[in-house]
Design a protein around this ligand. Structure first.
Ligand code: SF4
Length: 400
């Protein structure tokens, strides 16, 4: 079964799926109005932090309002250095540091307004979670940039960084009318734009879930193994993840993301933490799903300087530990030396190969012996989830 040491599958039949690359290209290939087609002109958006989650939403909203979106360039070391002077704290995480370079690239040499809203709360991703806050850095970084980038502080160009309720259509429409008053946005335009935004985001999520389920089918069909590479939306930025997804596919394993499988999970509650962070609730759900499968393991990407992960990592480890699974965290920052990560991934692949060779299985959880999904929870809308949408009650079907 196991191939060469450190390779779980040997040469795959066709390349293992890699969802991080898919997410990145799907997110930023949203259709945009050309400047000539846009009656209200151009609007800059930085490719940073929760924009790696919500870009389809804001791009559709702005297009519906008649703006042509100018996205900041892909992240790179050079781009990061352009914003270095304005970073107020060396100890902040790398995804936040990168935001400075993106904003500087948008404001330098352009009089275009920039839109980068503060979003305190996301929509609910996981049923039963206590709340859905963004981390304080994600929520308020538009304010930090306003106070630290000279061109923004001096008001040299319009900078729209309002606090917006992305979780309520009616309130969001009202706030759009207020914040875009300089462009005389009417009530029916705001409502239509919000509808377009919700539809675009839901379409992206649906495709992402389908990709996750297709990757699971690949794992099952090939008899191989998958890694749920879990983190935050901005870990999909190649400048942030430093190529770790391809390192994993190079070992013959599929790469799934936590947001592509969290809809299939049922979290054993209560958790030891207050489950109040939107992205982290997906982590717990993905860990719960992985814990009940022999053909999946989880690797958590953790950014240096991330205060929240000091707490979440312990909770994820505990969920996996209940099923006898090991927890792997890879800490990343701006340095791209992957030597330690490569060793860690090879060790994990070797441990998985040994576990499979020895026929060791994931242990059942105390309260949920098998993965049990209900059509209401998983949506029951995709080819993968449909046959699994039934309660598993038979004692004989339980693992020993
Ligand atoms: S969750 Fe962590 S990595 Fe993400 S922005 Fe907040 S502090 Fe940075």
């Amino acid at each position: 079964m196991a191939g060469a040491r450190g390779t779980v599958l040997g040469p795959p039949v066709s390349g293992p799926p890699e969802l991080f690359a898919w997410k990145y290209s799907r997110l930023f290939s949203i259709e945009n109005l050309s400047p000539e087609q846009a009656p209200r002109g151009r609007m800059g958006i930085p490719r940073v932090l929760n924009l790696y989650e919500n870009y389809p939403f804001w791009a559709a909203l702005l297009a519906s309002l008649g703006f042509s979106v100018k996205l900041s360039p892909r992240s790179s070391k050079t781009l990061s250095e352009r914003g270095m002077d304005s970073i107020p704290s060396e100890s902040i995480c790398y995804p936040a540091k990168l935001a400075h370079g993106h904003l500087v690239s948008l404001v330098e040499g352009s009089g275009n307004p920039v839109f980068y809203p503060c979003i305190p709360r996301e929509r609910r991703f996981v049923e039963g979670s206590d709340n859905r806050f963004n981390c304080p850095v994600v929520t308020s970084y538009p304010e930090v940039l306003l106070n630290n980038i000279d061109a923004l502080r001096a008001g040299r160009l319009p900078y729209l960084n309002p606090f917006l309720p992305i979780d309520s259509r009616a309130r969001l429409a009202r706030r759009i009318i207020q914040e875009f008053s300089a462009w005389d946005v009417l009530s029916h335009e705001a409502l239509a734009a919000v509808d377009a935004a919700f539809a675009a985001q839901e379409e992206y999520r649906r495709e992402l879930r389908e990709r996750g389920e297709a990757a699971l089918s690949w794992v099952e069909g090939s008899g191989g193994h998958g890694i749920a590479l879990a983190g935050r939306p901005y870990h999909a930025d190649p400048e942030v993840h430093h190529g770790i997804p391809s390192l994993i596919t190079g070992l013959g394993m599929a790469v799934l993301s936590e947001d592509s499988i969290c809809h299939l999970a049922r979290v054993e509650r209560p958790l030891r933490v207050v489950d109040q962070w939107a992205y982290h609730s997906r982590l717990y759900a993905a860990a719960s799903f992985v814990a009940r499968r022999d053909d999946l393991d989880l690797v958590q990407l953790v950014s240096f300087g991330c205060g929240l992960d000091a707490v979440t990592a312990d909770q994820v480890e505990e969920i996996l530990d209940r099923s006898g699974k090991s927890y792997t965290a890879v800490k990343i920052d701006e340095h791209a030396n992957l030597g330690a990560a490569r060793i860690r991934m090879r060790s994990l692949a070797a441990a998985i190969a040994d576990r499979r060779a020895a026929g060791r299985r994931a242990l059942p959880c105390a309260r949920f012996p098998l993965a049990r999904f209900s059509p209401r929870r998983c949506g029951g809308t995709t080819p993968y989830s449909r046959p699994r949408c039934r309660p598993s009650t038979s004692a004989s079907s339980r693992r020993p």
